[in-house]
Design a protein around this ligand. Structure first.
Ligand code: NAD
Ligand code: UGA
Length: 467
């Protein structure tokens, strides 16, 4: 079986970049990315590549090479499914907000809708690939829906594969072009081989792993759980460092030299954000309880509990250092995205920290190089307000178009995202704009401590027992 036409349902952070790289690397395959969201598709088709809906370093060049050649973005979902040999499902799978499993289980309504669309629109033999991150055994549900559509004597047939995505935002293009591994779970060799052949255009065969469906689905949840666990582990030690006089970066370096531990993913910070770590661990927790493993569920749930605690802890210590009250005080927040090099704010630590400070009556001035004002309003569920009665106790926020504008008149600067722009600031110039005594709270440990202190500012750095 040779794949000639791919349809990917979902033009989001995964569907867009993943399909752009496949199209770039496989010029003979026609790739169409479809979405229900017309505005998103229009943005993918915009001739101005700075308007792509996803900000990822290097994505614009890949799209520029493939778009209009063998890469299309469209809202014609059924038409694109009908002509495809292989359909990737790359839609959102957020945590359920109500009903059975609310707060933990994944909401599979969009995945099921895709399976039904494929069941109705597909022609000939169609390989359906789970690209979304899904609970273990979701492939069985997808198969059941597809099989119900396979009328007696029809020429239509289906097979289902699991091919989870391991890219991280901000480094998506590099991750896709040189993946640590590609994982394919499935039962039918011909379909597995067809998908492996696509990746084989640029990924070495020994990096293309084959497993059964359930191992593939579970490996994705497990990978995210292990990565997030390292962050909660180092953040727990960061708090202990602050209490004991140790420095978490020295501890991380010392343990990271042990080849069994390794140096990656040991940066203490304001807790992990992003659309997936919390969602996927909670999904794992839900599944463990469902399968009668409450101790295992509790173990993984503690990774999320520690993360939430870390975010509240940082907001609390800001209030404590500023004489127990931030009511009416201007605080500059540098960085709102959940990590650098992305415009994504889903579950960003800045959201929880900002909300806690707003609750305390702070006047926040928020700067981020890539996050737009409307997104911050949605995340904080609060419109920006320029002038408020500072002692009323009601918190408010304003967007800042520059770092200087954010810092002017502030009692404190909070660094919440590790953008390159924040690493080498002129602290003596910034200090001159602030009200004294003034603080810098560096939750990412990116500022230069000597420069901050030389400017007469007080400094708190995550995991630094000496500050
Ligand atoms: P996203 O919200 O950015 O994109 C999903 C898109 O699917 C949306 O544009 C939505 O309109 C579209 N959609 C939903 N239902 C549809 C339907 N029936 N027909 C057509 N379009 C439909 O989500 P994302 O961040 O790309 O994540 C997608 C999946 O990939 C999730 O399961 C996530 O867990 C997983 N994942 C995400 C990342 C990441 O870095 N964001 C990495 C690995 C895996
Ligand atoms: C993560 C995984 O790294 C990907 O492999 C996975 O595909 C993806 O989730 C997913 O399933 O969505 P992503 O969330 O995009 O990728 O970004 P990460 O680099 O993992 O960062 C996640 C969060 O952890 C960020 O808030 C980041 O600042 C934080 N982090 C990361 C730390 O606090 N310390 C670290 O050492 C590393």
């Amino acid at each position: 079986m040779k794949v000639q036409r791919i349809c990917c349902i979902g033009a989001g952070y995964v569907g867009g970049p993943t399909m752009a790289v496949i199209a770039d690397r496989c010029p003979a395959i026609q790739v169409t990315v479809v979405d229900l969201n017309q505005a998103r598709i229009d943005a993918w088709n915009d001739s101005d590549l700075t308007k792509l809906p996803v900000y990822e370093p290097g994505l614009d060049a890949v799209v520029a090479r493939a778009r209009g050649r063998n890469l299309q973005f469209s809202t014609a979902v059924e038409e694109s499914i009908a002509s495809a040999d292989m359909v990737f499902i790359s839609v959102n799978t957020p945590t359920k907000t109500k009903g059975l499993g609310a707060g933990q289980a994944s909401d599979l309504r969009w995945v099921e809708a895709c399976a039904r669309q494929v069941a109705t629109a597909a022609t000939g033999h169609t390989v359906v690939v789970e690209k979304s991150t899904l609970p273990v055994r979701t492939a069985a549900a997808i198969k059941t829906i597809l099989e119900a559509a396979q009328e007696e004597g029809s020429s239509r047939s289906f097979s289902v594969l699991s091919n989870p995505e391991f890219l991280a935002e901000g480094t998506a293009i590099g991750d896709l072009e040189a993946p640590d591994r590609v994982l394919i779970g499935g039962e039918e060799t011909a379909s597995i081989d067809a998908l492996a052949e696509i990746y084989g255009h640029w990924v070495a065969p020994e990096k293309i792993l084959r497993t059964n469906l359930w191992s593939s689905e579970l490996s994705k949840l497990t990978a995210n759980a292990f990565l997030a666990q390292r962050i909660s582990s180092i953040n727990s030690i960061a708090a202990f460092c602050e209490a004991s006089g140790a420095d978490v970066r020295e501890v991380a370096r010392a343990i990271g030299f042990d080849s069994r531990i390794g140096p990656k993913f040991l940066n203490a910070g304001p807790g992990f954000g992003g659309s997936c770590f919390q969602k996927d661990i909670l999904n794992l927790v839900y599944l463990c309880r469902h399968f009668g493993l409450p101790e295992v569920a509790d173990y993984w749930e503690s990774v999320v509990t520690l993360n939430t605690w870390q975010q509240h802890r940082i907001a609390r210590l800001v209030v404590q250092q500023l004489f127990g009250t931030v009511t009416g005080k201007r605080l500059a927040i540098l960085g709102f995205a959940f990590k650098a090099d992305t415009n994504d704010t889903r579950e960003a630590p800045a959201i929880r920290i900002a909300r806690d400070l707003l609750e305390e009556g702070a006047q926040l001035s928020i700067h981020d190089p890539k996050v737009v004002e409307a997104q911050i309003s949605r995340d904080l569920q609060l419109e920006p307000a320029s002038e408020t009665d500072t002692l009323s106790g009601t918190g408010s926020w304003t967007p800042a178009t520059s770092i200087e504008a954010a810092v002017r008149g502030a009692d404190a600067v909070l660094v919440l995202t590790e953008w390159q722009d924040y690493r080498h600031l002129n602290w003596s110039d910034l200090a001159a704009l602030m009200r004294r005594p003034a603080w810098v709270f560096d939750a990412r440990a990116v500022v230069e401590p000597a420069a901050v202190q030389a400017a007469g500012l007080r400094l708190w750095r995550v995991g630094d027992g000496e500050s």
